[in-house]
Design a protein around this ligand. Sequence first.
Ligand SMILES: NC(=O)c1ccc[n+]([C@@H]2O[C@H](COP(=O)([O-])OP(=O)(O)OC[C@H]3O[C@@H](n4cnc5c(N)ncnc54)[C@H](O)[C@@H]3O)[C@@H](O)[C@H]2O)c1
Length: 390
Amino acid sequence: MARQWNVGVLGCGNIFDAYARLSAVFAPVKLVACADLNGEAAAAKAARYGLEALAPDALIAHPGIDAIINLTNPASHAATTAAILRAGKHAYGEKPLALTLADGDALVALADSRGLMLASAPDTFLGGAQQTARRLIDEGRLGTVKSGSAHFMNHGMERWHPNPHPYYQRGAGPVLDMGPYYVSALVNLLGPVRRVVALATTFFDERLVTADGPNRGSRVPVTTPTTSQALLEFRSGAQIHFSVSYDNWGHGHRNPIELHGTLGSLMVPDPNYFAGVAELHGDGEVQRFGSEGVAFGQDNWIEVKGTRIGNYRGAGVADMLDAAEHGRPPRASGRFARHVLEVLLAIIESAEVGRFVEIASTTDRPAPMTAEDAARLIAPDAPQTFAPDA
Ligand SMILES: NC(=O)c1ccc[n+]([C@@H]2O[C@H](COP(=O)([O-])OP(=O)(O)OC[C@H]3O[C@@H](n4cnc5c(N)ncnc54)[C@H](O)[C@@H]3O)[C@@H](O)[C@H]2O)c1
């Protein structure tokens, strides 16, 4: 039986419900309390999920809480995660880990000095789809990966997110908001990045919020690039074109990530999700590898429009707590997230300075998710399917 840990959640906004609902999947996670600067938001989530609503300081200081999931806005991540660690609690934060390298370094050092776990979203690379892609690469089915591409393109969040303002400010933008999914997936598959060169542009100086909520009709000034094109050179020698945009009305890129090697080409499933099909092209028939038989790879989540997706958000929290119990590094570790952050910041910096930016840090690839580890993370009575949220 996995140890169950008392877990608090700091930040009761848009993504809270996914974490709260999916916590039922994970054996080590017992949500007990939540907090937000907005006390009403905390009270509403607490009432819905049977949690204790606390003020942020009280949650962080609570002697009965072992770990805190940090779902605050990116600009608050560094300070709040540091406060969680200083209070002696394990910390799992939403992406990005921090907004500056100095803050990322400080968090990693703080966790190390206190002997605490630090881990960060995204955890989608723990999903069955990305783990299947990783297995195919590790089995040598692609030979040596030499090149590839990754694309994230949409028209931003003001049409669906009730509070899109922070996403268009410096320290956010698509590179730091969506980039973590793609770069984390690539580093999990290919290892660390050596250097980066990029260009950036912005199509619109302001955005009109049309999502329902108190900000509907307001205009958001845009102070960060909303389209970036980068070339990432990995230490392995692989060269990947990564383009990311909040300005594009549509696109025809069939695969979010593709990798090309000396023996095969791999169409990697969308790293924004946990489930998906990897497609291997080689010297014969195309082979398709679905994730439904792999841990965290089922289409378990029905969205409001009826689409089924794989959603195991929080797998990284469970893996972190299991790592604390067994004295091993968490897969979505702070060190890994810190390397990813350096790559993302380098994409932004390279476009500003007009030259390659070397990546000083390195990271090990996280251990593949084994069936044995995954079995420990899943609660015996885990729900198989989540109906659309009411
Ligand atoms: N919304 C999504 O679909 C989504 C998906 C994946 C990841 N994320 C990530 O999750 C995080 C939160 O995103 P969101 O969309 O829920 O944002 P949100 O703006 O809806 O909610 C953030 C909440 O954090 C609270 N907060 C901010 N600073 C705080 C502090 N110092 N102490 C306590 N509470 C504080 C705010 O009052 C707000 O209620 C971000 O890092 C984002 O990148 C969001």
